[in-house]
Design a protein around this ligand. Structure first.
Ligand code: ZN
Length: 588
């Protein structure tokens, strides 16, 4: 008995010892794991400086959209006010240089990624993650047609594809790609200490690796551990989503979000914090959204209220459904231009009153602005010598006029006696009126808005104002109003469609000329589309490489039996009657 007791005590001690060893092991493993993780984070979010391996560079991406007009840049917040200000000043300086040099209108978007370790330094990468994870059709459209240019942040010089390639940077780049688990084949080059990645997804970011900031990693960790409670002030006001985003059930960016919320949705903001978060109340639940996604709602002066709700107009023929699903039963149809009373809008679906019954219609195609439809009389030249039975294709050139490359394109059109459509920016038309006049002589001119802002991000007044400025430019230079419009980035919503008062011309052949800046690659891209009959090719008149491509493209298309026509001619000869507010991507 005694022996047995002794034995069991020894066993107990032994087990205790085992547990202690196990715990110790775990502790050591955890310690290593944490320190390894720290190392990974360091690699993941920062580059070593290339000139002095001890310093840590920062990532900055500048995406400059097509047309020398619109650009955005991302930079991380480190969480330390001093460093954050330093970054901000440096980036602001760079942007000011670019702004001056290219007379941009200062339409800058700042992306503050961070305050959370996972996003520190991820400016560029987060934008990719955002688009992949939270992609909506709107965003996709925007992203697909997104156009970027690359600058040297020090000098403001626009960089070209011919810039040099430097082996010293390969290691850094490969480390970067590996750590980000991105298996794409990056194209890249280096200029003035900057690593420039080309072709990732659809943007062309600039990565600056210069050792501007001497960030001490321990300070960064300190910040992460700092657990300051944000202060919320009750505001209780209506606000509107600037773009589609997601709602979280806590005030930080985490992997799992509660639900998506669509652009333009008006929400009741209950409170806002000093840390950039807003609490909104939805379905009796408090959810969090980043304050930067909210704006004061559009006030539409002639919006019609009824006791049951606002009157909304269909921008296209719409099915009315029994429930919030495209699979649900169709109970009726709302014709383009017809109105209905909207009781509720969750961003995706609008609850409407139809035959005194509640029903649902997709919110994306409902406008608070009355939709006035009219047929448009197209601008067809009298010397038109088109055979409607033969294949035809429309070349369209955006973002001009440009005093160098646009005349090169016009020379080609003149030489081969073919026409094309130029979607010009009002502010550039005013700068280069003679180029515009020649465009109108040799083809047709449509508007690409006055200042190349994303129309879906503007209020009703701002859209109207931009359209007015464009019309003024047309009146002044050409003596008539624009007949066709192409939205910047191809990005349209119901409000823009209702206000445009022109047929909205898209494209269905994207030459990607802005991206390649190379005539052969641009031509190869167009070749991928095969039969071009009835199609609209998108190009940009602001690149010399595009003009060079056109020099080859035009005779080649003629050899292949295509008639090269304007967008108006294509529509006319293919038997279309164009209506205002409708988007046309081809005329097959
Ligand atoms: Zn454009």
């Amino acid at each position: 008995m005694n022996k047995l007791f002794k034995n069991s005590r020894i066993i107990k001690l032994f087990i205790l010892l085992l547990i202690t060893i196990l715990l110790l092991g775990c502790g050591i493993a955890l310690f290593y794991f944490i320190s390894l993780r720290k190392e990974n984070l360091r690699d993941k979010y920062y580059f070593e400086s290339l000139s002095d391996k001890k310093q840590i560079g920062r990532l900055v991406s500048v995406d400059k959209a097509e047309g020398n007009i619109y650009y955005k840049y991302n930079y991380p917040l480190i969480g330390d006010d001093k460093i954050d200000n330093e970054i901000k000043n440096i980036v602001d300086d760079s942007v000011n240089i670019i702004n001056k040099k290219y007379s941009l209108d200062g339409n800058v978007e700042y992306y503050y990624f961070g305050k959370y370790e996972t996003y520190i330094g991820m400016g560029y990468l987060l934008s990719i993650i955002l688009y992949d994870d939270f992609v909506t059709d709107d965003l996709k459209l925007l992203e697909n047609s997104y156009e970027s240019y690359i600058f040297d942040l020090n000098t403001g010089d626009m960089l070209s594809n011919e810039d040099i390639f430097n082996d010293d940077y390969i290691d850094v780049l490969q480390g970067f790609v590996k750590n980000q688990k991105l298996d794409k084949n990056f194209k890249y080059y280096v200029k003035n200490d900057q690593l420039v990645l080309l072709d990732y997804d659809v943007t062309i970011p600039l990565m600056k690796i210069k050792d501007i900031l001497k960030i001490d990693l321990s300070r960064r960790s300190d910040y992460t551990n700092k657990n300051s409670e944000p202060v919320y002030d009750v505001v209780n006001k209506e606000m509107q989503l600037v773009e589609s985003t997601v709602l979280y059930d806590e005030d930080k960016i985490v992997d799992k979000y509660e639900r998506k919320i669509e652009k333009d949705t008006v929400v009741n903001v209950y409170a806002q914090s000093d840390t950039g978060w807003s609490i909104i109340l939805l379905d009796n639940k408090a959810l969090y959204v980043e304050t930067r996604y909210l704006k004061v709602p559009d006030i539409i002066s002639d919006v019609q209220e009824t006791p049951n709700g606002k009157i909304v107009y269909a921008i296209t023929d719409l099915n009315i459904r029994k429930d919030k699903s495209v699979k649900s039963e169709i109970v009726g149809e709302l014709k383009r231009g017809e109105s209905v009373i909207r009781i509720e809008d969750d961003g995706s679906w609008s609850k409407v009153l139809y035959n005194n019954q509640e029903a649902y219609v997709s919110s994306s195609y409902l406008s608070l602005v009355e939709v006035k439809i009219r047929n448009v009389k197209l601008n067809i030249p009298p010397q038109g010598n088109i055979d409607p039975n033969k294949p035809m294709v429309a070349l369209s050139f955006d973002d001009g006029p440009n005093p160098i490359s646009t005349p090169m394109i016009l020379d080609v059109l003149e030489k081969y006696n073919v026409r094309a459509t130029f979607f010009d920016l009002g502010n550039l038309m005013e700068k280069y009126p003679l180029v515009v006049k020649r465009e109108a002589e040799l083809g047709e001119v449509g508007t690409h808005t006055y200042s190349h802002k994303n129309m879906t991000k503007l209020s009703v007044d701002e859209i109207n104002n931009d359209l007015k400025l464009s019309r003024n430019a047309f009146k002044k230079i050409l003596g008539y109003d624009p007949i066709l419009i192409r939205a910047p980035y191809g990005s349209v919503n119901a409000t823009f469609r209702a206000l445009a008062d022109m047929p909205i011309i898209g494209w269905d052949v994207d030459s990607l000329d802005w991206k390649y800046l190379n005539k052969d690659l641009t031509l190869d891209e167009i070749d991928k589309y095969g039969n071009l009959d009835g199609r609209i090719i998108l190009m940009h008149s602001i690149h010399v490489s595009t003009a060079e491509a056109v020099e080859i493209l035009v005779p080649d298309l003629l050899d292949r039996g295509y008639q090269i026509v304007t967008v108006s001619e294509l529509a006319q000869y293919k038997g279309y009657i164009l209506e205002t507010g409708t988007v046309y991507n081809n005329f097959k």
